[in-house]
Design a protein. Structure first.
Length: 128
């Protein structure tokens, strides 16, 4: 398929992958710089990494526990992106803008709840 048919002009192949990687790193840096929640969750991930490798757990339990924390960071990144776009549109209050932000926040809450449940289930099952 030619570039004109794809609907998006630009690089293809390896050059596109390199550009996408650069943009992703820029996004991670911006999130870390401007979003306190991302910084807090990165600290949580570091603590979680130390804990899961200190505890006597099966590899799949470690993966599940760390995976849920990574999931929280992913959802937080998406929530931060939603908030940035809503804020970019304008400072005035709008029902749909508020709803978008609330739903993004709810997604973070669900991810955090899932992480908490997973950690509690594994730790209680393993050590109780």
């Amino acid at each position: 398929m030619t570039e004109s048919r794809q609907g998006k002009p630009g690089s293809t192949g390896v050059k596109r992958v390199i550009k996408a990687t650069v943009y992703s790193i820029q996004g991670l840096r911006a999130a870390f710089k401007y979003e306190a929640a991302i910084r807090q969750e990165c600290i949580l991930l570091m603590i979680a990494m130390v804990l899961v490798f200190w505890l006597d757990l099966a590899m799949l339990e470690r993966i599940a526990m760390l995976g849920t924390v990574v999931l929280v960071i992913i959802v937080e990144l998406l929530n931060s992106a939603i908030e940035a776009v809503v804020d970019r549109v304008g400072p005035e209050r709008h029902e749909l803008s508020g709803r978008a932000k609330d739903i993004g926040s709810a997604a973070v809450f669900v991810a955090l709840s899932f992480a908490g449940f997973t950690w509690l289930y594994i730790l209680i099952h393993h050590y109780w």
